[in-house]
Design a protein around this ligand. Structure first.
Ligand code: BV8
Length: 227
């Protein structure tokens, strides 16, 4: 196995656990307009709708389990300690629950809250609303899900780009390659000389940039690639 591996995951890795993807025909964006629930403007216009959207997703994750693909990535990390960085676009906690540790949630986590008044983050398991008091400043009317909406800056971009610049293998799993900057990571890895592999149900928007691809359900193609 190469000495430095960067893995990017998207909603497709959690699909077989029962979590909806975004852009599949029956996906989330077929049911709700992303501008209403995944933009700062949407939150300002109707915070109750946005809180209801994330409360529904947060509750749904409690009833599902990590699948064989999440578990295979956790095994890969423990087989190569310190050499695997997992960057996920997903806001669910399935990678942690599968055992992955060296993990970046570049689009945040819906089981965390961010206080718009004091800027503090807090773990958040249950329902959240504008009436929820911030555990840090006790302020009311400022809590939002700690997720990155369209137009907001993804988390830990410098750390991600440094890892891409030095990786030997870039693995992209379960993402349609629609959303930037994540969709551009394959090009950054290629220009660093990495071997680039896409494991996805079907060719993504960025399929042409990958050296290799395995198409099929993540619970089949990911364990096979990792073993
Ligand atoms: C940024 C919130 C600057 C969290 C999400 C014009 C105006 C404003 C912005 C832009 C613009 N043009 C471009 C942009 C940038 C914009 C963008 O990319 N827009 C796109 C739509 C054109 N991006 C941003 O605004 C980002 N911020 O650019 O800031 C910046 C940049 C660099 C450095 C500093 C600053 C912020 C983007 C984050 C938006 N937040 N959601 C949440 O609620 O979850 S986006 C949403 O899409 C989710 O986060 C999701 O993770 C993400 C990506 O989707 P995927 O994970 O790929 O899911 P999808 O359904 O699309 O695909 C699933 C795939 O799995 C499919 O290919 C399917 O075939 C496959 N699959 C299905 N089942 C399986 C499977 N594979 C294997 N096995 C299976 N069983």
């Amino acid at each position: 196995m190469p000495s430095s591996i960067v893995i990017l995951t998207g909603a497709g890795i959690s699909a077989e656990s029962g979590i909806s993807t975004f852009r599949d025909p029956d996906g989330i964006w077929a049911k709700v307009d992303y501008r209403d629930v995944a933009t700062p403007q949407g939150f300002a216009a109707n915070p109750a709708l946005v809180h209801a959207f994330y409360n529904w997703r947060r509750k749904n994750v409690l009833s599902v389990e990590p699948n064989a693909a999440h578990l295979a990535l956790a095994r890969l990390e423990s087989a190569f300690p310190g050499d695997v960085l997992l960057v996920t676009q997903n806001v669910d906690s399935l990678h942690e629950r599968a055992g992955s540790r060296n993990l970046i949630h570049m689009h945040g986590q819906h089981d965390q809250a961010l206080c718009n008044a004091c800027g503090k983050r807090s773990a958040w398991a249950g329902e959240m609303s504008l009436e929820s008091p911030c555990p840090a400043c006790r302020g009311v009317g400022h809590m939002r899900p700690d997720v990155v909406w369209f137009g907001e800056t993804p988390y830990q971009m410098e750390r991600i780009q440094a890892a891409l610049a030095g990786c030997d293998l870039f693995l992209s799993i379960g993402t349609s390659g629609n959303v930037y900057p994540a969709a551009g990571f394959v090009r950054e890895a290629r220009s660093a000389g990495a071997r680039t592999v896409e494991l996805n149900l079907e060719p993504s928007q960025g399929a042409g940039y990958f050296d290799e691809a395995e198409h099929g359900p993540a619970t089949r193609v990911v364990p096979r690639f990792v073993e």
